[in-house]
Design a protein around this ligand. Structure first.
Ligand code: PMV
Length: 314
């Protein structure tokens, strides 16, 4: 029996290393952020099939922008064998279209909230799978990394098609996120990288091998609490991402500004072509790097990892 309404939340994310190469089966390191999307789902008793979506963050959102949220709710109801009217309200503090996992966090929270509304607690595997099916409607070839981290939280070693491996750390750390403010489409960037592989399969294969090695080294550095080493690997990873054509001048400006301000390392994060970059620095230098990114034209903030994945708020 459904109660009147139900809320769930899920975190945004940054990919520490391995984006794009993860689409081709290589591992990536991904971290949940202390910024979340909250979704409240209310039953519309007498309006079967009517799904209304509001976003408190984009009050003038077009129907196309809200469609993925509707699709996530439909996927959840299909799985439960239901067709009900719903009112969905999204309230998120994750920047949108920036590569910080906002849409996956909203999808995962929506699916969990629809389950909760009808008294069902989805397993994490089902949540991820349903959110990934909804994501496929927007971007044709996703690796699944975004819904996975939104579901599990923490820091994960992720490989497409495999159960994610949690990475436990002794280390408390923060990183800097710089947003170019330029919205981009992950799907288009993934398609562009796919073309490069078709043109130069052998060169691409060696870049894939390099990316694989890089993620394994980064995992060692994280486990050894070696932020300086991790920063160096960020720089190498950024070089590989530039090589496959997903950086742009807006990202390069912020990456170089962060490095010049004394960061251990900086790289783009997520799909690229705009969106966000991340930087690592010693604790006493975080503010300096934030200021340098702002001066170079980006928005910047300091973020920490979050252990919390999807949560039912009731
Ligand atoms: O959603 P974004 O922009 O953070 O990109 C996700 C990471 C990619 O590797 C570029 C794509 C994917 O599906 O893994």
């Amino acid at each position: 029996m459904a109660k009147g309404s139900f809320e769930a939340s899920a975190p945004g994310k940054v990919i520490l290393l391995g984006e794009h190469f993860v689409v081709f089966g290589k591992p990536a390191l991904v971290m949940a952020l202390d910024r979340r999307a909250r979704v409240r789902v209310k039953l519309l008793e007498l309006q079967a099939d009517n799904i209304k979506v509001h976003s408190l963050n984009i009050p003038n959102a077009s129907p196309a922008e809200l469609q993925p949220i509707k699709e996530a709710a439909i996927k959840a109801m299909e799985f439960l064998g239901l067709r009900k009217g719903l009112e969905i309200t999204v309230n998120s503090d994750i920047p949108i279209s920036a590569g910080l996992g906002s849409s996956a966090a909203v999808s995962v929270a929506t699916i969990a909230a629809v389950g909760g509304l009808f008294g069902v607690r989805f397993t994490k595997e089902d949540l991820c799978r349903l959110a990934l099916e909804a994501e496929r409607l927007v971007h044709k070839n996703p690796s699944g990394i975004d819904p996975t981290i939104a579901t599990y939280g923490g820091i994960l070693l992720f490989e497409k098609g495999k159960p994610p491996e949690p990475v436990k750390l002794d280390l408390d750390f923060q990183l800097i996120i710089g947003n170019t403010g330029i919205a981009r489409s992950t799907g288009e960037m993934v398609a562009k990288v796919g073309l490069l592989q078709l043109y130069y399969p052998e060169i691409f294969e060696s870049l894939l091998e390099g990316a694989h090695r890089l993620v394994l080294e980064a995992l060692e550095a994280l486990r050894a609490s070696d932020l300086e080493g991790l920063g160096r690997l960020f720089n190498v990873n950024h070089g590989l991402l530039s090589a496959i054509g997903v950086s742009d001048i807006s990202l390069e400006r912020l990456v170089y500004a962060a490095r010049a301000a004394g960061a251990f390392g900086a790289k783009l994060t997520g799909g690229g072509g705009g969106g966000c970059m991340i930087a690592l620095a010693e604790a006493g230098r975080l503010d300096q790097v934030v200021q340098a990114i702002r001066k170079a034209g980006g928005e910047a903030f300091i973020a920490a990892p979050s252990e919390r994945g999807v949560m039912l708020e009731a």
